[in-house]
Design a protein around this ligand. Structure first.
Ligand SMILES: Cc1ncc(COP(=O)(O)O)c(C=O)c1O
Length: 432
């Protein structure tokens, strides 16, 4: 098994240096280089002080321990302030002038920043209100007829499954779902499942980059390549992946990628991104009607009527914040936080992780189960008795508690969570 430390340690010195925001070598790393020593990982070089400054950038209520950042994230103060600034402006001058004359053109710089940060051409990026919108643009945007099949797993996001089920009721398409092992650390095995379920009638594939109930990272690059070989469009659901895993969209070589920005980019609530490869824009129908002249323009997916400019423009501050951490360092921290709680709980025989642990398959979101303890009751007790927020997962194939700390989470908060769960492991749930 390749550990994260080995992976980061095996980066050559220039590659490790490039992992730093702005390519600046921090002093500690520069000293190592001068002494001919191996570069410290981004995490090692950051130190506790760095993370305590990141924690202070958020305005969260520390009397609550939020371990459900996977649901939707708080934004750092700089993002909140930018949003308020734009809102105030829109309400101080005539809104039509503020929204359409002044601020609408500024959306173009946000589009460019998103494209630059996440590896795309700006003509391939639409700014949406959430992942659901971007995904449904793709899920509804293909003409399908009765009997055509769409394919996804039983672990994909319920709303996206509902979208296909509605098309099934309305147009008679057929939804095929298949299960994958929980957890799975074998990309070939996952790929085999997709391949085995493709039929002559398969017209569309939906694949999550990160499964939201397990944190399973999926081999979406290989799934997109499989779709291309078989002539089947692949829609990638990146709601939990972008600005969490360290990658850029161009590396995936996929055609359709949709994500929220209010999860791991910490952008304002109600923001998302849709990537459509340049030559795929024209054939894809928008969800809301757009003029014919926009047929080949990514902006046709943004024809949603009047909406706030503030959310979308404050994405720029969220990108700046993300850059100040750096994608490699952020992912390494997410893994460190996960190891902090998961390693301790896994020391107990009755605890099982439904999430992969191997590099390439694991991320900062993970789900555990304690044999003999009802996860819904445990989730309720954690909140009601300890004000610790986690997510109970009840799925046909497994159940457990999903834990998602974030970059502002402290070790002390995670230790308090572990101690509360250990109490239940030793003595059972109070009153149960
Ligand atoms: C895998 C996955 N896809 C899609 C969504 C929908 O995201 P949004 O609420 O931003 O539309 C979520 C939300 O949690 C998710 O986890």
């Amino acid at each position: 098994m390749i550990t994260r430390r080995v992976f980061l340690g095996s980066m050559s010195w220039p590659a490790a240096a490039l992992a730093w925001p702005g390519n600046a070598l921090p002093a500690a790393a520069a000293r190592c280089a001068a002494a001919g020593q191996p570069a410290p990982s981004p995490l090692e070089a950051a130190g506790d002080d760095f993370w305590s400054r990141i924690a202070q950038a958020f305005t969260i209520d520390r009397s609550i321990v939020n371990l459900n950042n996977g649901g939707v994230s708080p934004s750092p103060a700089m993002v909140q302030n930018a949003m308020k600034r734009h809102l105030d402006y829109c309400n101080s001058v005539p809104p039509p002038h503020a929204l359409w004359t002044v601020l609408k053109p500024q959306r173009e710089t946000v589009r460019e920043q998103l494209a630059r940060q996440f590896g795309a051409d700006s003509e391939e990026i639409a700014i949406t209100r959430n992942a659901s919108e971007g995904l449904q643009i793709c899920q509804f945007g293909f003409d399908l007829k009765s009997g055509d099949e769409v394919l996804t797993t039983t672990h994909d996001y319920p709303r996206m499954v509902t979208t296909f089920k509605q098309r099934a009721r309305r147009e008679g398409i057929v939804l095929r779902q298949f299960t994958i092992p929980v957890p799975c650390e074998d990309a070939a095995q996952i790929l085999d499942h997709f391949e085995a379920n493709i039929t002559l009638r398969t017209r569309l594939i939906l694949a999550s980059h990160v499964i939201n109930i397990t944190g399973q990272v999926m081999p979406v690059k290989a799934i997109a390549a499989l779709g291309r070989r078989r002539g089947i469009p692949v829609i990638v659901d990146g709601a939990h992946a972008l600005a969490h895993l360290d990658f850029t969209i161009d590396e995936l070589e996929c055609d359709y990628y949709a994500t929220s920005l209010h999860k791991w980019l910490f952008a304002p609530h109600g923001t998302g991104l849709l990537y459509v490869r340049r030559d795929r824009v024209k054939p894809l129908w928008p969800l809301m009607a757009a003029e014919e002249v926009l047929d080949d323009d990514i902006r046709k997916f943004e024809e949603i009527g009047t909406h706030p400019a503030a959310n979308f423009l404050a994405i720029a501050e969220a990108i700046a914040f993300h850059q100040s951490i750096g994608p490699a360092r952020k992912f390494a921290r997410m893994m460190e936080l996960r190891e902090r709680w998961a390693d301790r709980l896994l020391a107990h025989d009755r605890v099982r992780l439904h999430s992969p642990q191997m590099d390439g398959f694991a991320c900062g979101l993970a789900t555990f189960e304690i044999d003999g303890v009802d996860p819904v009751a445990l989730n309720t007790w954690l909140w009601e008795d300890r004000r610790i927020l986690t997510t109970a997962i009840v799925h046909d194939e497994f159940k457990g508690i999903r834990v998602t700390p974030s970059v502002y989470s402290t070790f002390d908060e995670l230790d308090r969570f572990v101690e509360a769960v250990e109490l239940v492991i030793r003595h059972g749930l109070p009153g149960a």
